[in-house]
Design a protein around this ligand. Structure first.
Ligand SMILES: NC(=O)c1ccc[n+]([C@@H]2O[C@H](COP(=O)([O-])OP(=O)(O)OC[C@H]3O[C@@H](n4cnc5c(N)ncnc54)[C@H](OP(=O)(O)O)[C@@H]3O)[C@@H](O)[C@H]2O)c1
Length: 322
């Protein structure tokens, strides 16, 4: 097997025997594709907080074909996909030619998506879908006002922008690279492009109510300001911490405007929520736009791509061909 193995000293491509897959999962997968998420970039560049045991194969997502299976849902030869569920945290992940996984959180390839498209969407896309589903479940409708997407050039943000725009919402998208990526954001459905600096300074806990909902990938002061600008009864889906894990706010937006702060956890989402998320991804995206926003790397190019992601030089999605 060829795999990217994370050791305490760092990560590198290694040739390892199949006995390396010491997990107790009963499904053996010939991995064909994975992708690059923020968490993957953290693991590959040696940041703490993702990989919790060593040595461990990186890659929080995998798409491949079943080689052996103890799970009647997945016959040998069929396509299978796993996002999160401990991959690259405590379980060997998707940056390897083979994986041995548990079936509990695995799903079949969604109808309407190619294996490459499902992998390109990966955790980022499926998290965006979970966030949009949460907004819908709170009955926030397009007529209620614009939706703010922070970190909109990134994986979660780009897919959230597309899903929301295609569902009829007016989308305000933040970026620190408006000169470079403003046209990109408008091409995927953003109605307004906002300089992220306008949300980066600490402000009052209640500001001018502007947004019916928010999909936030950034955290910190940006999230606090987004909450402060959310309309009465609005919902803020907190997905990420690309800026900070802090949340410097007060209870005011929650008790005076009834704002809901909804946490989005893709790693341990149940199978029903996963199925719903993949259904809206298969139906609610313009797949030509997905293909256009997808960059391609193989295992050899991953470390360089991860460095670029951590230094804010990438956008859209990165498909990894194993
Ligand atoms: N909750 C979950 O289950 C879940 C699932 C997936 C991802 N996440 C988290 O969501 C976040 C985004 O993931 P991703 O894969 O979309 O990452 P990504 O592709 O790197 O996108 C993050 C975007 O955030 C913006 N950004 C970066 N640093 C910022 C800062 N200091 N202030 C404001 N904006 C900043 C960047 O856009 P500009 O340069 O254009 O401003 C960047 O494109 C990460 O924290 C990730 O761990 C959580």
């Amino acid at each position: 097997m060829r795999a990217i193995v994370v050791r305490e000293s760092g990560s590198a491509i290694e040739e390892v025997g199949e006995e390396f897959l010491d997990g107790d999962g009963g499904i053996v997968v010939d991995v064909r594709f994975s992708d690059l998420n923020y968490k993957d970039a953290m693991a590959l560049t040696g940041r703490p907080g993702v990989v919790r045991k060593h040595p461990l194969i990186a890659g929080i997502d995998l798409v491949g074909t079943v080689a052996e299976s103890d799970d009647t849902r997945f016959a040998p030869g069929s396509w299978i996909m796993l996002n999160g569920a401990g991959l690259s945290e405590t379980e060997h992940g998707g940056y390897a030619t083979r994986a041995r996984i548990k079936g509990d959180h695995a799903v079949a390839l969604p109808e309407g998506l190619s294996p490459e498209q499902a992998a390109a969407l990966g955790t980022a896309g499926y998290t965006a879908a979970l966030a949009v589903l949460r907004i819908l479940s709170e009955n926030v409708m397009p007529d209620d006002g614009p939706v703010l997407v922070t970190g909109a050039t990134g994986g979660v943000g780009s897919i959230a922008t597309q899903l929301l725009a295609n569902a009829g919402y007016v989308v305000y998208a933040t970026t620190g690279r408006a000169d470079q990526l403003g046209d990109y954001l408008r091409s995927i459905g953003a109605d307004e492009v906002i300089d992220r600096a306008t949300l980066a300074e600490a402000g009052r806990p209640l500001q001018k109510a502007t947004y019916a909902a928010v999909v936030d990938s950034v955290g910190g002061v940006t999230l606090a300001n987004a909450i402060a600008q959310t309309n009465r009864g609005g919902v803020v889906a907190a997905c990420g911490l690309a800026g900070s894990h802090d949340l410097p706010t007060t209870v005011m937006p929650f008790i005076l405007r009834g704002v809901t702060l909804a946490g989005i956890d893709s790693v341990w989402a149940n199978l029903d929520d996963r199925a719903d998320a993949w259904r809206i991804l298969a139906r609610g995206l313009d797949l030509d736009k997905l293909d256009a926003m997808t960059q391609h790397v193989d295992l050899d190019g991953l470390h360089a791509a991860a460095e670029e992601m951590m230094s804010g030089q990438r956008h859209g999605r990165t498909l990894v061909t194993i």
